[in-house]
Design a protein around this ligand. Structure first.
Ligand code: RIB
Length: 322
């Protein structure tokens, strides 16, 4: 594949406005905690992933629903600023835009409550109307903050032309077996893998077993993100830990989105799977150094970071880093 070609990625998913407070610790039930600063940031797993691939240099079509409220304006303006196609953003009336309440603790870990609002109104008709954006993409990227029937319909269309589908199964919920077999790559974190398989994942052996349970259902590759430990790449023939890059962590919100976005971009560029996971680890690591779910780097920031890293010969020869 020509590495200079601009990849086209269509993301189908959620857009939210994130209301974020930093705090020293999470409140327990009935407790009031005085937090630190408050931030209003654009978010939503779909929008976050769309922003990642756009900053890396892909042409991005983003199919998503917003409400006709003040938060919808914030979302729309931000997508335009990020050079994302907004003809595919559908404004629904009599519903609020998606909102996420996020608490970030002193280690940069987060806990999130989402009110999906308009995101749950993204339906098959909306997808049908935007079919051309699905059929013309190099890669389709989805998450689970929209109705499952919409996810299923999008994948059905993508498979008419055998377009690779990457599903970030977040937040985790049951995925029908008939759908699992159509997914090319699944990117759960450890919690999501546990919810998907019902397995207790205390050891690496148990993560392996759970992953192969999904591979046996027809998924081509599972990439389990393990935070600072890196990502576990599992296919029929591979079971390999791709280590992460160490950085100072300020806020991990959206790190999984940065990973899925980075992976999608690299695969759409024709990079092989293992190198794509390495690249995604770097994009995710660079995204946690600032507050907010959309702190992922531009491609020039990734290249600059790599220039200063001691790379192995294999990494040096990877064209995406040149
Ligand atoms: O993955 C992080 C995202 O989850 C936040 O931006 C929030 O909006 C929720 O969708």
């Amino acid at each position: 594949m020509n590495h200079e070609r601009i990849p086209v990625i269509t993301v189908v998913g959620s857009s939210n406005v994130d209301l974020v407070v930093k705090t020293s610790h999470y409140p327990s039930s009935g407790e009031t905690v005085i937090g630190d600063k408050f931030f209003i940031c654009p978010g939503g797993k779909g929008a976050n992933q769309a922003v990642v691939v756009s900053r890396l240099g892909a042409k991005v079509n983003f199919i998503s629903c917003i409400g006709d409220d003040f938060f919808g304006d914030i979302i729309l303006n931000n997508l335009k600023k990020e050079k994302i196609e907004t003809k595919t953003i559908i404004r629904k009336s009599k519903v609020s835009s998606g909102i996420a309440l996020i608490i970030v603790d002193k280690k940069g870990e987060n806990s999130i409550v989402v009110s999906p609002g308009a995101n749950y109104r993204l339906n098959k008709k909306d997808i049908e109307k935007n079919k051309k954006y699905i059929l013309s993409a190099d890669v389709i990227v989805l998450q689970l903050e929209i109705p499952m029937s919409t996810v299923q319909y999008t994948i059905k269309i993508a498979k008419e032309k055998n377009i690779p589908v990457i599903l970030n199964p977040a937040p985790a919920r049951k995925i029908p077996d008939g759908l699992l077999k159509k997914i090319d790559i699944l990117t759960p974190n450890q919690n999501e893998l546990k919810r998907l398989t019902g397995k207790n994942l205390e050891s690496i052996e148990s993560v392996k077993k759970a992953s192969y349970k999904l591979i046996d259902k027809g998924i081509k590759a599972i990439i389990v993100t393990l935070g600072e430990k890196g990502a576990l790449l599992v296919t029929k023939d591979l079971f390999e830990l791709v280590p992460s890059i160490k950085v100072k962590v300020i806020d991990t919100t959206g790190a999984g989105d940065a990973f899925t976005g980075g992976l999608s971009f690299a695969l759409a560029k024709g990079i092989d799977l293992k190198k794509a996971v390495y690249f995604a680890n770097i994009v995710a690591a660079l995204s946690v150094r600032k507050i907010g779910a959309q702190s992922s780097p531009t491609i020039s920031k990734v290249k600059k970071f790599l220039k200063n890293l001691k790379l192995t010969q294999e990494e040096k020869t990877n064209k995406i880093f040149s």
